[in-house]
Design a protein around this ligand. Structure first.
Ligand code: SF4
Length: 443
């Protein structure tokens, strides 16, 4: 008899939908149906029960082929790489649970590694701005229940966070937002007329790379001063119209994405967005939120801030203290300067998403990929260690884009013998301790 499992969390994007209903086969090995998920979430669950999963670690041979090895051998190989390296880099973590992140932090500390996560190439600029200027944010529940004005600035949830608009921002009827979409004003600011812009009441076409100027214009108008006839490609009349809506909102939320973090200005774009949010709070209630990408990319920021004091780019190579300085200790910068001598790719695909020059430098040294799937990072690795898929085969805590923790469930058993990220890092830690004892290495 197939079994229906309710309240399942989706391990894909930062919306962290936790209302999925998954039907699994009688033997508990296959996903038959997924209800409530978007197309991306649906695919994750069906992919998990596909026949092409890797079930054993694979070690690259001198002739370039892979040979299956045991988990004990893989753990031994990984531990020896870390003991030998002077400055290993352990990077990724967008797609694993907080338990795995905590275990990896223990390994990084023991090995004197640099510990970094995908924020480094994503919302890291948000962290820099938040350090400077604070974070007047809220939870997604507050937006759903209170917000009558929503701004999507440089973000396109229709494609990147498909259920964000229906669960939290535009369509749901909340406690004080009983009219749903009809009671809300939606403003989209983007150089492109995206599918999200199609849903908007007002579309503002900013010139690419000139968001900072437009924020400046809004802040000037909000403070009652005059501006030129056109700023960043936007007519003065439209800036005045939008500024008026922002000031008259009952409760507003600005959701921003890579349009600010990846364009000219980067952290300064976010910095001024936060300043504008603060300005608006002189008149009414405004909040701002980063559209975090992966389902648990907020997790390392929380877990590692508890354990090391820093959210990302954490250099522990001096062994007696942790140090963070993005630009110096961030993964791409370290790779481009060829400063690391071993690379661990975990819960991400640096092979696909790092600049090719960074990949070429990292490839000069041992490269270990820890991932359930075959991906570019596994195909160029010296060692590929498969692990269970969090949210499908491995339960655990994840942090949603608004830093709300959610307990994810397990719906399938992992392929026989396949272990979790947490168990893998615990075993690597244990093996490093044994090697150090055998070799008489003291910290
Ligand atoms: S919106 Fe995101 S979290 Fe929700 S089902 Fe789609 S991919 Fe999964």
């Amino acid at each position: 008899m197939p079994k229906k499992i309710e309240n399942v969390g989706c391990p894909y994007c930062g919306v962290c939908c936790d209302d999925l209903v998954v039907t699994v086969s009688d033997d508990g090995r296959h996903v038959l149906e997924v209800e409530n998920a978007c197309a991306i979430g649906n695919e994750i669950f069906h992919h998990a029960s596909g026949d092409n999963r890797i079930k054993l670690p694979r070690l690259r041979q001198p002739d370039g082929t892979y040979k299956d090895i045991s988990y004990d051998e893989a753990v031994d190989y990984a531990a020896k790489v870390l003991v030998k390296a002077k400055k290993p880099l352990i990077y990724g973590f967008g797609s694993t649970n907080c338990e795995g992140m905590a275990a990896a932090a223990k390994v990084a500390e023991k090995a004197g590694a640099v510990l970094d996560n995908c924020a480094s190439i994503c919302h890291g600029s948000s962290f820099l701005a938040i350090f400077d200027n604070g974070y007047p944010s809220c939870t997604l529940g507050e937006t759903k229940n209170r917000a009558d004005v929503i701004v999507y600035w440089g973000s396109n949830p229709a494609h990147a966070h498909p259920r964000h608009m229906s669960r939290y921002s535009i369509f749901p009827r909340g406690f004080f937002t009983g009219k749903g979409h009809k009671g809300r004003k939606i403003i989209v600011i983007d150089p492109r007329y995206t599918d999200t812009a199609r849903v908007a009441d007002i579309y503002v076409q900013v010139k690419q790379g000139q968001d900072y100027d437009l924020f400046n214009a809004f802040r000037t108008v909000i403070h009652g001063e005059d501006i030129p006839d056109e700023v960043a490609g936007v007519k003065k009349e439209q800036i005045l119209e939008v500024a008026d809506i922002l000031k008259k909102a009952r409760f507003g939320t600005i959701f921003y994405g890579m349009g600010l973090c990846h364009s000219d200005g980067r952290n300064h774009n976010v910095d001024i967005a936060i300043s504008m949010t603060r300005d608006l709070n002189d008149f009414t209630k405004w909040t701002i939120m980063a559209m975090r990408g992966h389902y648990n990319i907020a997790g390392p920021g929380v877990v590692w801030a508890w354990t090391t004091g820093y959210p990302y780019c954490i250099d522990m190579s001096k062994k007696d203290h942790a140090y963070m300085n993005p630009g110096e200790t961030s993964s791409i910068d370290l790779a481009m300067r060829d400063e690391v001598d071993a690379f661990f790719n975990i819960g991400t695909d640096a092979g696909a998403h790092f600049p090719i020059e960074a990949v070429k430098h990292l490839k000069k040294h041992p490269w270990i990929t820890i991932d359930p799937n075959i991906c570019m990072a596994s195909e160029i690795a010296d060692l590929h260690i498969p692990v269970g898929i969090v949210g499908v085969e491995v339960p655990g805590i994840v942090y949603r884009m608004d830093n709300v923790p959610i307990q994810y469930r397990q719906v399938l058993n992992p392929p026989e013998g396949v272990i979790s990220d947490e168990e893998l890092f615990e075993r690597i830690h244990q093996r490093i301790c044994e090697i150090e004892a055998e070799e008489g290495i003291t910290q």
